[in-house]
Design a protein around this ligand. Sequence first.
Ligand code: SIN
Length: 490
Amino acid sequence: MDTSVIPPTLASHLPTTLLIDGEWGASSTRTTFEVSNPATEESLFDVSDASPADGLRALDAAAGAAAQWRTTPPRVRSDVLREVFDVITVRAADIAALITAECGKPFAESQAEVAYGAEFIRWYSEQAVRSPGLVRTAPAGTGTQLVRSRPVGPALLITPWNFPLAMVTRKIAPALAAGCTVVIKPARLTPLTTLYVAEIVREALASRGLPAGVINVVPTSSSGAVTEPILADPRLRKLSFTGSTQVGQGLLRAAATGVLRTSMELGGNAPFLVFADADLDAAVSGAMTAKMRNSGQTCVAANRFLVEASVAEEFTERLRAAFDALVVGDGSVPDVTVGPLIEAAAVDKVDAAVQQAVDDGARVRIGGSAPSGTGHFYLPTVLSDVSPESVVVTEETFGPVAPVVTFGSEEEALQLANGTEYGLVAYAYTRDLGRAMRLTEEIEAGMIGINRGLVSDASAPFGGLKHSGLGREGGEAGIEEYLETVYVAM
Ligand code: SIN
């Protein structure tokens, strides 16, 4: 095993088993699965592989702790979260090294993820004490209406591999703040950061004598086998999932049986619109952020660049030059700005999309292939003259590829932008305020960046329209996903 990129103090204390009811332990089958570094392809750790029975034991623990946790004073829940925020912040460098080791992103990006992920914990430590409610006289004067909130109950949280910290904290923080207990099923490819953070939460609970079953973690290599029995169990009341639309649709079908509350953050196909009146320097800088975070492996990655024809060549050339300045390599090496993709299959998928675009007539301006050697790398790629029908435009690429498609009018730009079943995020660069306001009304996306290449913020409602999902994470809306409303007529 090569744990050399993980600080030794962390490597020697890193839990690699299941957390159920406050106890770390092996899976019932005693089996493990390997977690490896996508830059070196070397093994990092063997992690306990939860079985379906382990999943149900975790739900037993979450259900058993539910009554005590929901009646734990909000201020105490808030204090637990605040302590977790403080510990994550103190250990930020170690956690960032762990993220880079298992996910591959450059260390500076991992540090940014730690700050982003920790902020969800801080935000919800502050929201925990602001439970929404309402008292008013009924309009007919016939009585009083009391509207109050209650935690929805035990929640299953299924997290993706692309932000091993932030996608977990984005779910556990509002859940715990609302008074829900949780079972976390982390991504098979990146469970280590989740396990580390779960230990921080466990310690914060244990030091206050709070119930151990509030947080449970079941890493597994066979996701469906473990989550299906949990979803079928009537004690579960909430499912939160981040991942592909296809998997999300299957989970929604499973959640229908128990009529579960669901939050689904699914796939995207973000358009990045550049109008002729845009500040092109700002547009290129925003494009680099929107495209290259985590080598393009984010649901909010700009997937297609829609550029007004009169500035298309200039924008494409400037983007090519910016891509040329990137340094591809192992994210733990200083100065590297683009890490690997998560696994070999991801490289194959990206390359197939690029080659198909070229077959459809696209021109490779830079990149366009996977470098030879160790690691799951793909060269940052800019394509021009891309057909709007090419897969690299119609499907989420999840890689460092920027296809440029041109448009002639605002109307055409909108048609292209909305011509997808997805609706997570859109970006637009223009100096025309009237146009910007029209776009915010017309673009079919749950989030819109105007002259901004990054919309993600723990205090803002993150989520999509159409096939991109249901519900919101972050901000005031995020905690409501874990609360149910009870109306009392008095
Ligand atoms: C995602 O890729 O699912 C989330 C990205 C973000 O929060 O910025």
